[in-house]
Structures are given as structure tokens and as C-alpha cells.
Ligand binder design. Structure first.
Ligand SMILES: [Zn+2]
Ligand SMILES: [Zn+2]
Length: 101
């Protein structure tokens, strides 16, 4: 129950932060030197990974390209390397568990 609750609480933060960040675009991607344009696909990225104690506050997050046309890479998924990937994989698995149950 607590795991479910925590996951849900976390997932409500990002959409909220998205809405705050969206009108501020273009803004520099937190994971590369290029701007994220309002028309670009982007994700809420964390300067300090959420899993390592970084709070989901505006000061700790920023836009990160879902696909940077300059770097030709997915900034958000490259950033933080294995740790970030492990966290998002875990979240994805947790969510899938909840749906199946
Ligand atoms: Zn980028
Ligand atoms: Zn870039």
C-alpha cells in the first residue's frame, strides 16, 4: 500500500511542474547546452536524481529534451546514466504491477 501511495504521490508532481515549466520555454535543457523549445518534446528532468534525495521542487527540476535535435540523443534518459534508468525502470515496473492487479 505504501509503495503504491508513494508512487502515486510522486507521479502527481511531474505534471504540475510541467505546467510551470512549459510557459517558461524556451529554456536551457538541464542535460545539454541547447534550448528546449515550446514545440519540442521534453520531460521534467531532475538536477539531483529524485531517487537520491533530490526534492521534486522547481529549483531541482528543469526541461530535458525527450529528443535533442542538436545532440541527436535523448537527454533525459542519458542524464544520470544507469541510476536514472534504474529508477525509471523501477517506476515503470511498479506502475505495471498496479495495473495488472
Ligand atoms: Zn537536451
Ligand atoms: Zn542538445
Amino acid at each position: 500500500m505504501s509503495r503504491h501511495h508513494r508512487a502515486q504521490k510522486w507521479s502527481t508532481h511531474s505534471p504540475k511542474l510541467r505546467k510551470i515549466i512549459q510557459p517558461q520555454l524556451p529554456q536551457k535543457c538541464i542535460d545539454c547546452p541547447h534550448p528546449v523549445m515550446p514545440t519540442d518534446k521534453w520531460q521534467v528532468g531532475h538536477r539531483n536524481a529524485a531517487g537520491t534525495g533530490g526534492p521534486p521542487t522547481l529549483a531541482n527540476v528543469g526541461p530535458s529534451h525527450a529528443w535533442c535535435p542538436y545532440c541527436r540523443k535523448r537527454c533525459n534518459q542519458v542524464a544520470g546514466g544507469k541510476l536514472g534508468a534504474r529508477i525509471s525502470n523501477r517506476n515503470r515496473n511498479a506502475r505495471r504491477d498496479i495495473r495488472e492487479w
